[in-house]
Design a protein around this ligand. Sequence first.
Ligand code: FAD
Length: 417
Amino acid sequence: MAARSVVVVGAGIVGMAAASFLLRDGNAVTVIDEREPGDGCSYGNAGAISPDMVVPMSTPGMLAKIPGWLMDPLGPLAIRPGYLPTALPWLMRWVAAGRMPRVEASSAALRRLHKPVFDVYRELLGAQFHDHVRTGGQLYVWRSDEVGRNERIADALRAAAGVRAEKVGIDELRQMEPALAPAYRRGLWLPDNGHTANPKRLVAALAELFQRAGGQIQRARVRQIEVVDGKARAVRTAEGMIPADLVVVAAGAWSGRLVRPLGVRVPLEAERGYHVMLPDPGIDIRNKLSNRSSSFSVTVMEGGVRLAGTVEIAGLDAPPMEERALVLLRQAQEMFPGIRTEGYRTWMGFRPGTPDSVPVVGPAPGVRDLYLDFGHGHTGLTGAPMSGRLLADLVAGRTPAIDPSSYSATRFGTSRE
Ligand SMILES: Cc1cc2nc3c(=O)[nH]c(=O)nc-3n(C[C@H](O)[C@H](O)[C@H](O)COP(=O)(O)OP(=O)(O)OC[C@H]3O[C@@H](n4cnc5c(N)ncnc54)[C@H](O)[C@@H]3O)c2cc1C
């Protein structure tokens, strides 16, 4: 196929992975972002790279929990009451995606996307792989001995996916993480997972490799995607039009706003998450940790320890709620007695969330030469490489390595209005 001019909107981990594969296919690729590469949601995540992440966010029993999420603004999942009418259609789809047969289908789709992540990062990063990616496993920890319903579902999904997961008893846990408070009683070791110690630097490295290989990155805000006779032809920025044979929307949580005026409706909600960086925590944390009792991650990063997590449904425009980040700080003090919090910094980012936790990757319904690559929710750092490969395969007309139907926008009954 002849080389085409491709514009990718968004220089997060998802856009840079897609742009890199499109460039390798001989296309002339320009990435447009109003910020520096990796300064969106990809900047502040927990750094987990998790081939074994096979559990969608919505599981059975979500409907009954919604009133509690509305009443507790500081809970691990909170919905701002004023935003409820806007979020309601998405929430209802989210609840429906939590029924068991759909959970199993979403889990299988996540596994196909996530499992090859280290191989695909190796391909993208080449000799720099070990500068950015650590493959040393992840440790989940719990305070309680009691195994709840969601945990049993997660165990079953991991078993069905063939994930290696080893139970860790209290004595072994003490040895693995001596700084952990005695209240923590058990763990789960996932030896095949990994992490990055600096997600922003990882995106910046992809951007640099992309430019070195001939790709262009432009700093501009895309106001509109130009469609003529049912075909994407250009993007409009404040500086003018940038023509393209093909446009890819990889604008993270903002993607819905870009495609909606074209009549392409995909259920996408901003799942706002927070982090706190502790520059000098003064304790020894030995593994990439996930606190399953309080739903947040602890990652030793370049520049300190990062506490990251929580979900707040409040849209793209409401200001951050600092108090939610401070909850993470208090939980870390409970988890690690003696942890130093001086000089902490907080951050909020917008996870691009679909109801079933599976991203949308592939052609936009009803608009020729418009492709979608967004909705990676809680696992974009993990799902981005294989999504980029899948997208490039679809653009090139090759048979993809994984069945694209699970990632199609049409699975939501999405169509042009
Ligand atoms: C607290 C937290 C913890 C997380 N932890 C993990 C984790 O441990 N592991 C994991 O795999 N994932 C994690 N995630 C999820 C992950 O960070 C996201 O899924 C991922 O960053 C999404 O990448 P993206 O490229 O789609 O979006 P983004 O990184 O947000 O990139 C989108 C880009 O599009 C640009 N853009 C938007 N609109 C326009 C426009 N009109 N014109 C020009 N540019 C535009 C933005 O500026 C932005 O740079 C976490 C997220 C949060 C919030």
